[in-house]
Design a protein around this ligand. Structure first.
Ligand code: PMP
Length: 356
């Protein structure tokens, strides 16, 4: 069976070359399988060191920032980030752009923090990114979700803040250039642009470590992982190894700056078709459209079954919208080639030619 074109929201496509290299290591990584080696073996310690170095290189991580790999996904990151940033106010500002920020808010409250939602796009069904002035106030930090995977909205630039900034970058990290110095904590599940599910990436300003004002269980304390070089407990070896391979591939192919251009070209191609084609309509505010997750609907809902059949016939998978948003969602992470977007656009054009 030929490889399908994966527009799924995640876990997601990785470059074919990375799949091939990772699969070889499952059978033989220096004489053992990557799945059976000790995480404390020199061979794996070298993998961890290289993965961390490649994250730093690809995102130009400045001095004074630590890169760590933990587990628990971004869902544990909601709690870990809030607990580690709690200070004297025990109060935080959150920007609400839908499901993922709502979950982050819930965990901050579970951590005992008072939360103020300082901006929200709830009123328009999360079809936009709220307008936000410079953030200041008696808060320990402000938190936002850079790209909302479900609705297809994305912050086009970092927020302007006088207080420390925490960001869930799960669904757009490594897709575009960022200035790490704008953030105190960045966290992201690996399973979009980095590697297979399992590892969770943290990029943390070192000066925030060990400063929390609330009791911290060992695993949830980022200082624990910093002091143990991400080896406090058994790390997700295969996820980190494959992430390392993927970062090597990213740098070899021009790094984040180069993939940002490709991602822009993919987004331009698909949004242009959505706007030009009378059978389709984009879901979100044009200026807030995500380059990673493109959400759209049919203008004639009664054609849904036929359109589903058309894209499936074109060997496309994963185009169904999130169960809470409906419609369609084309996720176009780094490894999705432009050629796959061309197939989707062609399928939409042919579908319209047949039905109008
Ligand atoms: N934040 C965002 C923006 C996400 O897209 C997701 C998962 N798709 C999560 C958080 C939750 O991540 P995890 O499954 O790694 O806990």
């Amino acid at each position: 069976m030929s490889k399908q074109l994966n527009f799924g929201a995640g876990p997601c496509i990785l470059p074919q070359e990375v799949f091939e290299e990772a699969s070889k290591a499952v059978l033989n990584f220096n004489g053992l399988s990557i799945l059976e080696i000790s995480h404390r073996s020199p061979d794996f310690v070298a993998v961890m060191d290289e993965a961390i170095a490649l994250v730093k290189k690809s995102l130009n991580v400045p001095e004074g920032y630590a890169v760590m790999f933990l587990q628990g996904g971004a869902s544990l990151g909601f709690l870990i980030s809030a607990m580690n940033m709690a200070r004297k106010h025990k109060k935080a500002a959150y920007i609400d752009t839908g499901v993922w920020s709502a979950k982050a808010i819930k965990e901050a409250v579970n951590a005992g923090l008072e939360v103020d939602i300082i901006a929200s796009s709830k009123a328009d069904g999360y079809k936009s990114i709220p307008n936000i002035d410079t953030i200041d106030g008696d808060y320990d930090f402000v938190h936002y979700t850079s790209n909302n995977t479900i609705y297809g909205t994305q912050f086009k630039k970092a927020i302007d803040s006088k207080i420390p900034v925490v960001c869930d970058m799960s669904s757009d990290i490594f897709s575009k250039e960022i200035n790490v110095a704008d953030f105190d904590i960045i966290y992201a599940g690996a399973q979009k642009n980095l590697g297979p599910a399992g590892a969770t990436l943290y990029i943390v300003k070192e000066s925030i470590l060990g400063q929390s004002s609330i009791p911290m269980p060992s695993y949830l304390n980022l200082k624990t992982h910093f002091e143990k070089d991400s080896m406090f407990n058994t790390p997700p070896v295969f996820s980190i190894y494959t992430s390392m391979l993927n970062l090597r591939y990213l740098l070899k192919t021009g790094g984040v700056a180069a993939i940002e251009k490709v991602n822009q070209a993919k987004a331009d191609l698909l949004y242009t078709e959505i706007d030009a084609n009378p059978l389709f309509m984009g879901n979100v505010n044009i200026k807030d459209r995500s380059n990673m997750n493109v959400t759209f609907v049919l203008t004639h809902e009664e054609l849904t079954d036929e359109f589903n059949a058309a894209w499936k016939k074109a060997n496309i998978v994963g185009l169904k919208g999130h169960r809470s948003a409906g419609g369609f969602r084309a996720s176009m992470y780094n490894a999705l080639p432009l050629s796959s977007v061309e197939v989707l656009v062609q399928t939409m054009k042919e579908f319209t030619a047949e039905h109008i």
